[in-house]
Ligand binder design. Structure first.
Ligand code: OGA
Ligand code: MN
Length: 290
């Protein structure tokens, strides 16, 4: 099936126009998945006015979903952010309802991270649908961990090859949420895992860096200062402008990103007087391997 695809960066981001994901049968879903893999990890699908149930149905074509009946929940404790009628949908919002209940997670992802990397099986694809956007602001920045890895010296690649890092949800609360919204209960549960620092993509075979400031607490086997210095170098390296794509959301954008090969950062530069609401499904990926 022919898709209308335009690159947004030379390396890892592309956009598709002229499709209706809500109607996606097997052929269209397979073509979109291939375009997403070919793009290098990030595909913006324009103009998708998609109902939540259709969003879930489409997402299932990318693999099992966190929160689906019989699957792991996203986190045991974030149920207030889950869509009441669709346990597969995580809601991002800066608004509260008339009873003061949040309409979604405020300040979600306002630090560099790869979704759910603190699980044994972290996220593969995340699929985020924009329902309500500020007039200006609220962009999301993505980083290409495959190109960042490829640009390292052979000496650094050799150093990283055998290493593993601990990913721990508590890390985000300790550091990244310092000035944002912290919910104590988020720290409960089995939200800790050990993963290779460099992972090989299960579908493309490409190697990517797999550490992120949000959830990676340390590299195993190093002294604390050594781990912090090495991670600090890697974070500065992979967030260089040539590895980034900054998405300015348009109404009805649907973005599919690959948490195995990218990180992202939500820019919270808008006020609560500017409602922002998005719905996300999250595919349960495979266990990362070097
Ligand atoms: C997410 C996330 C980014 C945003 O939903 O995983 O990090 O811009 N959100 O809302
Ligand atoms: Mn995220």
């Amino acid at each position: 099936m022919e898709l209308n695809v335009h690159a947004l960066t030379p390396r890892f981001a592309a956009e598709v126009t002229g499709v209706d994901v809500a109607q996606a049968g097997g052929n269209l879903a397979a073509a979109l998945k291939q375009a997403w893999l070919d793009a290098g990890g990030l595909l913006v699908v324009r103009d998708q006015d998609i109902a939540s149930d259709k969003h879930v149905a489409f997402s299932h074509r990318f693999g099992p979903l966190f929160g689906a009946p019989g699957e792991d929940p996203l986190q045991e404790t974030v149920s207030i952010y889950i869509h009441p009628d669709h346990p597969e949908i995580y809601r991002v919002s800066n608004q509260v309802d008339s009873q003061g209940k949040p309409k979604g997670r405020k300040g979600a992802g306002t630090y560099w991270h790869s979704d759910v990397s603190f699980r044994e099986r972290p996220a593969g694809a995340s699929i985020l649908s924009a329902k309500q956007l500020p007039d200006v602001g609220g962009d999301t920045i993505f980083c290409d961990q495959t190109s960042a890895y490829a640009a390292l010296s052979e000496a650094m690649k050799t150093l990283l090859a055998p290493l593993h890092a601990v990913h721990d949800f508590a890390q985000a609360a300790r550091t990244q949420y310092a000035s944002a919204v912290v919910v104590d209960d988020d720290m409960a549960g089995a939200n800790k895992a050990l993963h290779p620092v460099v992972r090989r993509h299960a579908e493309t075979g490409a190697k990517s860096l797999f550490v992120n400031p949000g959830f990676t607490s340390h590299i195993e086997g190093f002294h604390e200062g050594e781990s912090a210095a090495l991670l600090g170098f890697l974070y500065a390296h992979c967030t260089r402008p040539e590895f980034l794509y900054r998405h300015r959301w348009s109404p009805r954008d649907l973005i599919i990103w690959d948490n195995r090969a990218t990180m992202h950062y939500a820019v919270m530069d808008y006020g609560d007087d500017q409602p922002r609401y998005l719905e996300r499904t999250t595919v349960i990926g495979e266990r990362p391997v070097a």
